[in-house]
Design a binder for this molecule. Structure first.
Ligand code: QAP
Ligand code: CO
Length: 167
């Protein structure tokens, strides 16, 4: 297992559209395990492969209180079932910033699981929001894209300044 480096906004690599996983093999399983370890260590509740600069359609999430309900979705497809929910979102790639975002409340997810088998799941609440947020990453989309230009620009400038200070 390994902890991987997480790209931070406005890194242009976060805008890459991820490619479908052709075969769920040991390398994909190792990647999922490293992503889960990286997410737990951060700590976060969700991580997309895009965030660790791997442009394959893989996300991991765990929204449980005890941090013991990991989910991995390979080639996820989302159907919005209904409702709307507004919640404060953050992102490991946008550290220190939380802003409200409106999403579908209920979703249906089809994907492959870590075992390579078809997986279907309905989700609502935080799990639903988190899956939608992570699927956006695979399209090169970030939660800050839902904010006003002013808010997004402020966040970008603050992170750019932090990155300069770290350099
Ligand atoms: C996506 O995000 C998410 O700013 C997952 O300093 C978040 O795990 C979906 C994190 C909220 C729905 C609601 C963020 C950690 C973790 C930070 C995360 C930070 C440290 C974010
Ligand atoms: Co994120």
């Amino acid at each position: 297992m390994a902890i991987l480096e997480i790209l931070e906004f406005p890194d242009p690599r976060l805008r890459t559209r991820a490619k479908p996983v052709a075969r769920v093999d040991d390398s994909v399983r190792k990647l999922i395990d490293d992503m889960l370890e990286t997410m737990y260590e951060a700590p976060g509740i969700g991580l997309a492969a895009t965030q660790i600069n791997v442009h394959q359609r893989i996300i991991v999430v765990d929204v449980s209180e005890n941090r013991d309900e990991p989910h991995a979705f390979i080639n996820p497809r989302l159907e919005r079932i209904g409702g709307t929910i507004e919640s404060d979102e953050g992102c490991l790639s946008v550290p220190g910033f939380y802003e409200p975002v409106v999403r579908a409340e209920q979703i249906h997810v089809k994907a492959l699981g870590r075992d390579g088998r078809d997986l279907e799941m309905e989700a609502s609440g935080l799990l639903s929001v988190c899956i939608q947020h992570e699927c956006d990453h695979l399209e090169g989309k970030l939660f800050v894209d839902y904010l006003s230009n002013l808010k997004r620009t402020r966040i970008r400038r603050k992170l750019e300044k932090q990155h300069r200070m770290q350099a």
